[in-house]
Design a protein around this ligand. Sequence first.
Ligand code: SF4
Ligand code: SF4
Ligand code: FES
Length: 574
Amino acid sequence: MATIIIDGQNYDLPEGAKFNAIQAARHFGIEIPYYCWHPALSVVANCRMCEIEVGSKDASGEIKMLPRLTPGCQTPVRDGTVLVTDSVKVLEHRKNIMELLLINHPLDCPVCDQAGECGLQDYSYSHGRAEHRFVEERNVKPRKEVSDLIVLNTDRCIMCTRCVRFTREITGTAELQVMRRGDHGEIAIFPDHPLDNPLAGNVVDLCPVGALLDKDFLHNQRVWFLSKHDTICTGCSTGCNISSEENAGKVWRHKPRHNPYVNDYWICDEGRYGYKSANAPDLLAGSYILDGGDHHGATSDRFFKRLNEDLTHRILDKQSVLAIFSPFLSVEEAFSAASWVKHLTNRNTMALGPVSVLGQDQTYSPDKLTGRSGDTSFLVPRPFTISAEKSPNKAGVSFVINHFQGSNVVSFEDALKLVPSNPIVIVFGGSPNSDWITPEQSAEIRKAERVILFDTTINVLADAADYVAGMATFAEKAGSYVNRDNRLQHFDAALPLRDGVWTLLDILAILRGVGRSPIESRTILAEAAEKILALAKAVGGQVPEFGLNLTGQDALIPDAGFQDDWTMASLAKA
Ligand code: SF4
Ligand code: SF4
Ligand code: FES
């Protein structure tokens, strides 16, 4: 086992770990501050914030230290490595670096969107010096529009080049460049070549200061008012891990959460701005019954009573049910919905709702060397894919239907052909897009004697159905999805439920007569895992941080979980 010494204390490295000094120190709860280094980018060691004293201990026990401070980001640790992170020399050096980085930096904190999550603010406080000795004229650089969505405040930039390396090493698009040198250096785009690749928004997350900012979020909220919720993007079947950040009943932004098995540190712009449908004005806000050609709002009591009576009467009359399950349902919703349909009648057919496929998968697979300018010896490149399949849970819903149906999953197109032989059609929706169903498809479904819709948006089928119940959107519910690689991932609710709206789990519990206490998604998942072989790994409804690989074994990634942020709070997770 490899042992290293940090600040005079011995630590055993985990098996297979390939850490630099920053990672190793954080692994043991010790902070080495950094700016330019990022675990998914090459090492350029240009900010000098992470410099520490480095040495080695030989077999005889003698310790030899290098004469100068050394960048921790560029220092691989191995058996016998000695790191000193808290000497007077190191602490004084950090103060000097902070002073240098702040020489030209404007005092913008009160108006800067990065305030509250800024690497300069945090490190000024913990590693800087209180006074500013620079009395020369400051070098003032311009504000630039680098795309329709991103603004670059060049005067706040510390030239760490993370953004430049991202466009070279991850997307391979290289829109960003360093222009000029030294004190006059600036990040820039070429004229008429904006930063508009599908992953462009990640440069805002990568920028440690308030230089690159998202215009969509600009001056909308102060970040300390936001509550963060761990959730999963529903934009496609990749299932990127995101933080959904809300305040005052609205989601204001999506940020990536690191998952080395799914999205690494990134999300695409489609997912980033997909939060808007959580606040959309066309959400179903209650329950409605079609009476005399018009929809009338109904209290939940009246709605459930009428629906139950109507269905009981029709089922006694031996009418059969066609049930359609959206690929936007969680595993738990699909399982509860299918259990209810089965409980209603054995004369049922279960089908998958429409699965939208747009173009082809777009995969960014950086290799170790191509396009990288810095040291790549620490890198483990991981590909990132934007899936063509634009729903989060086709796999999970299909597992459920397969279990109940005991045969192949009926597609939406085939389901429409089955409407004439099924007097009752029940649709469990959930897509954030009101155009998930076309007027023609809705007209086909409307041919049934009774159409019952549980959904989130006002859409053409909601205009036509006999019973319409508004249910929790993707942002208002908790549960799990199974992504394209058969990884089951848990997500939390980001928003409280709107008035008049229930989660589908609660609606189904009431319809089944189970009671009116809120239903925990984990309880349903535990039940599903007991009954459905494909979900068997989710024992007790437990899903680990990076999800459950349902069909295989995950490769060991020792640096998994390194959160790229600037505060000691991240150490608690490391
Ligand atoms: S814009 Fe931000 S990420 Fe890019 S070099 Fe400047 S500080 Fe670094
Ligand atoms: S790749 Fe798919 S899951 Fe990931 S952020 Fe984009 S839309 Fe969302
Ligand atoms: S993080 Fe090591 S030199 Fe910038």
